[in-house]
Every structure is written in structure tokens, then in C-alpha cells.
Design a protein around this ligand. Structure first.
Ligand code: D5M
Ligand code: FE
Ligand code: ZN
Length: 489
């Protein structure tokens, strides 16, 4: 046993036992821990001269207590929250509606549900009032309208695009001609398994597309009035070595009115809800060799730690939706977390567990929460799209009115009898996460935001060249987005 670690303790007449030495050496920030331990012993226990793991535990407990005391609600914040109503209603949640265990059982019913729901939305456009069944398109028809689910997309060697579509009656081949440059350009973002409408004509063999319609959304002309603020976070990844606990503690301190400029504290005092959009913990066995990146290796301990960290937020509702690192069914829609793994959290009286996706009405504002796993598939499927393009991807999803249009790639989708990933209702705010990069843009009057992460770059993300924006938290303050930065003390 050599090294500077021992020397540093010897300088202040302290000795280390083997276990304590091993633990300090294994710590991410050894120098910081040494200084902290020395200071702790000097201040609290002058008789001690051998440091054991018990000493380290005592220091950690002391440190937790100190942080707890520094983050608990500011009296002014408490006064505001004590007297305020925080009405909310979970208007879409699949937790108790899910009947499959995620196996492929009845794909027909599932795709039928998807088709019928999206067809209905496309038909809100009167042009598509009357659509032809695909089985009836095998003769010459001008001025044709059809609606189908995309089976396949191919580019011909002459530069045309062929889109194979299907409805419950049959199939059809749609051609987008090279010369129709605008249409060809806009059809670059069509993906497998989405539902589209075609206006065109057919020679009985190919349907020539003149226009392609998506379910899409109406522009909101007026913003809804909103007299409160909502905080959105996701991808906290508690338990990961890369979880930035310092930044998270500052965030909790802020939300409780104890951190930031006066202006930032005013924002905190206006906050009525905290929404968490998945990947609260890092989980276990999510990818090969994850153990090496875990600080907390037990899933129960990870959720207990989450409960400890969130436990100081006591007087506003905390709404938690799961992600692909959380301990619930991986296939989407994902049921809410339960007591099985997240016992302490479920017992916290201001915590509401919801499914992924879900819709929550906060007072008068509809928030759709979706973790964002399907973004990986969109990035894979479309040229020129990266994980940093969430604003563009979310816009596509709103146009397609589907949160995970591509079936059978990386996003496991449970083939329920109903397709709950269809965006039946258009929210006022669409909250996503997963990519670990903050973004916010308003599209047709709807806030589309991604809430970044509290996890610094992992080895896995280095390989994919994903550069996370960590410790930055979006707040929708009375209709306007603000990004708060907790990366620095
Ligand atoms: O996802 C963290 C980041 O890693 C996010 O930017 C997506 C990306 N990611 C996750 N899984 C994959 C796969 N399978 N391929 C490509 N990129 C991926 P998290 O869910 O927190 O691990
Ligand atoms: Fe994540
Ligand atoms: Zn994720």
C-alpha cells in the first residue's frame, strides 16, 4: 500500500485501514474526499486517529444531513405553497389498460387500431371525406384519395420514390415522381408504419401521388392563459457514476427557494408542478458492461436514493413517468413505476406515478410526457437527422400524430389491442427526454421541449458522439420557456 493518499493523512496524524484506503482510492474524486474527510474529523472528532469505512459512513451521513438542511423549503416558499392549490388530472395513462406482456400476439388488431385512429384524423380534412379502398384501385381512376399505412419505401434507379401502402382491404404502390421536386423533398421524412393520405390518380398499377397528407395538427392561434410555472426534468440517471449530484442538489435547492438570483428565486416560487420524463435512475443491465459505470449497483438502492434526493420537495406535485432505464416493462407504452421497485417514492404523498407516454392536465394546461426512445429509430431511418435534432423530430412526430411510428426497430412496442402511441389529443406542451440534449421550440403554438439530463457524458455516448447538455432545466413560466443552469456553484 503506497501512495499519496496515505501521505496526505499522515501529514495530519491520521492512519487508514485497508478497507478505507480501498474505498477512497476507488472514489471518482479522491482529492476532494480526502480533504473533506480530514476537515470532518478535525471538526467533529479530535480523538480519532484511525480512519475506517465506518468513519467514511459517518462523514457521508453528516454530509447528507448538511445538504438536507440547506435544501429544505425556504420559509417564504413554504408560505406560498402552503396556501396554494395545485389541481391536476391524469387524462391518459395506460398503466391499467395494458393487456399484453409485450409479446407479439395480435399485430393485426394493433395495426388496425393505429390505422383507424390516424385515418380519422386525416379525414378531419374535408378533402379526405371520401377515400377509396385500396382493393378498388386496380383500374384507371383520376382524382383519387386513399389512406394507407406505409409498408415500405424504395427509391428507383431513375430517382422516383415508391411507397408501398396498405389499408384493411389491400395494398397499393404509390409513386412520387422525380420531377415533382417539392413533393419528393417533403416525402424524404416519411417512415415505415406511419399512416398517410394520398391525392393523385392511378392507372391500375401505380398510384401517382400529387399530394401527400399527414394527420398533422392545427395551428393554435391564441396561447392559453397560464398563471403558474412548471419544471421539466428527465434522465437524472441516479446511480450512475456520471450522475451530477452537485448540480441536482442545486436544482432541488433552487426549487425550494434557496438558490439562485432573486429573479430565479421568484421563478421557483411560481412553480406549481415538477414533471419527470423518464430515466430517473440508471437501472441495471440496460446495456452490456453497465456495472462498470454504476456507483449504486442495486436497483432498489437506486430508487431509495431517488426518494432521498426528491424527498425534500414536499409541497408541489411530482409527476414521474418512466424511461428505458427504469424498472418497468420496457415495451412501450410503459406502465407506471410501482412499489415493487420504487417503494419510498410511491409512498411520498406528493408523488404521482404515470405511464410512458401519458397526458396530464395541470390546471388548464395539457402536458404530454413521452420519454423519447423512438427518436433513436427516427435518427437511424432518416438521412441528416442526429440526436441533437429533437426539435425537428418532435415536429415530425406531431405531423405523424404518433410518438413511435416505426415498428420493430430499437423501440420495443407492445402490440396492444389499441395503439396508445397515437397522439389522439394534441397537448399544449410536449415533454420529451432520452437524448440528453436540451431543446425547445414552439411549433404551431405548441411547446415542444426536451429536458436534457443530469448525467455527464458516458463511455457509450462517447462512441456515438452524443454530447449531453447536463444540469440545465427548462421551466415553462406562464407560457414562456426559461432554461436554468445548475452546472456551477
Ligand atoms: O440514452 C442516452 C443517449 O444515448 C441518448 O442520446 C440516446 C442514445 N442512445 C441510447 N440507446 C441508443 C442506441 N441503442 N443507439 C443509439 N443511441 C442510443 P439513455 O436512454 O439514457 O441510455
Ligand atoms: Fe436517459
Ligand atoms: Zn433514455
Amino acid at each position: 500500500m503506497s501512495s499519496d493518499i496515505i501521505k496526505k493523512f499522515q501529514e495530519v496524524n491520521l492512519l487508514l485501514n485497508n478497507n478505507a484506503y480501498a474505498e477512497i482510492k476507488a472514489n471518482n474524486d479522491t482529492d476532494y474526499l480526502i480533504n473533506e474527510l480530514i476537515e470532518y474529523i478535525e471538526q467533529n472528532d479530535n480523538d480519532q486517529y484511525i480512519i475506517t469505512t465506518k468513519t467514511i459512513r459517518e462523514y457521508q451521513k453528516h454530509e447528507r444531513q448538511r445538504i438536507h438542511e440547506s435544501v429544505i423549503e425556504n420559509p417564504k416558499t413554504r408560505e406560498i405553497r402552503k396556501n396554494q392549490e395545485t389541481p391536476y388530472e391524469v387524462t391518459m395513462d395506460i398503466t391499467n389498460k395494458s393487456y399484453t406482456d409485450g409479446d407479439i400476439k395480435d399485430l393485426n388488431k394493433y395495426f388496425n387500431s393505429r390505422f383507424e385512429k390516424l385515418k380519422k384524423i386525416i379525414q378531419e380534412n374535408p378533402e379526405y371525406n371520401k377515400v377509396e379502398d385500396l382493393k378498388n384501385t386496380k383500374t384507371n381512376i383520376d382524382n383519387l384519395h386513399v389512406i394507407g399505412i406505409v409498408n415500405n419505401i424504395n427509391n428507383t434507379k431513375n430517382g422516383h420514390k415508391i411507397i408501398e401502402i396498405e389499408d384493411p382491404t389491400g395494398t397499393g404502390s404509390v409513386i412520387v415522381l422525380k420531377d415533382n421536386e417539392d413533393l419528393l423533398e417533403s416525402s424524404q421524412t416519411i417512415v415505415k408504419d406511419e399512416v398517410i393520405g394520398i391525392t393523385g390518380s392511378t392507372n391500375g398499377n401505380l398510384i401517382r401521388a400529387d399530394e401527400i397528407a399527414h394527420p398533422s395538427i392545427q395551428r393554435r392561434i391564441v396561447d392559453k392563459p397560464m398563471d403558474f410555472s412548471v419544471v421539466f426534468i428527465s434522465d437524472v440517471h441516479i446511480g450512475s457514476k456520471q450522475f451530477d449530484e452537485g448540480a441536482f442538489n442545486r436544482f432541488i435547492k433552487w426549487i425550494n427557494g434557496n438558490y439562485g438570483s432573486e429573479e430565479q428565486q421568484d421563478v421557483a416560487n411560481d412553480v406549481k408542478y415538477l414533471i419527470i420524463g423518464g430515466d430517473l435512475v440508471d437501472g441495471i443491465g440496460v446495456y452490456p458492461n453497465q456495472e462498470k459505470e454504476l456507483k449504486i449497483k442495486d436497483i432498489y438502492d437506486q430508487y431509495d436514493e431517488a426518494a432521498r434526493l426528491l424527498g425534500d420537495v414536499t409541497d408541489i406535485p411530482i409527476i414521474i413517468s418512466p424511461g428505458n432505464h427504469d424498472a418497468t416493462r420496457l415495451a412501450e407504452p410503459q406502465p407506471a413505476l410501482t412499489e415493487k421497485y420504487a417503494k419510498e417514492l410511491c409512498h411520498q404523498k406528493n408523488v404521482e406515478m404515470v405511464s410512458n407516454p401519458s397526458m396530464i392536465k395541470l390546471d388548464n394546461i395539457n402536458v404530454q410526457v413521452y420519454h423519447g426512445r423512438s427518436f433513436d429509430d427516427i435518427v437511424m431511418a432518416l438521412n441528416g437527422y442526429t440526436h441533437a435534432d429533437t426539435d425537428k423530430i418532435m415536429k415530425l412526430l406531431l405531423e405523424k400524430r404518433h410518438l413511435a411510428p416505426i415498428y420493430g426497430e430499437r423501440t420495443p412496442l407492445a402490440s396492444e389491442f389499441e395503439d396508445y402511441m397515437v397522439m389522439d389529443e394534441v397537448p399544449d406542451i410536449l415533454h420529451t427526454g432520452h437524448v440528453h440534449i436540451n431543446s425547445h421550440v414552439k411549433y404551431k403554438g405548441i411547446h415542444m421541449l426536451n429536458s436534457g439530463t443530469f448525467q455527464k457524458q458516458t463511455e457509450f455516448q462517447k462512441i456515438y458522439n452524443i454530447v449531453p447538455t447536463y444540469g440545465q432545466v427548462p421551466v415553462i413560466k406562464r407560457g414562456t420557456m426559461q432554461l436554468l443552469d445548475f452546472t456551477n456553484d
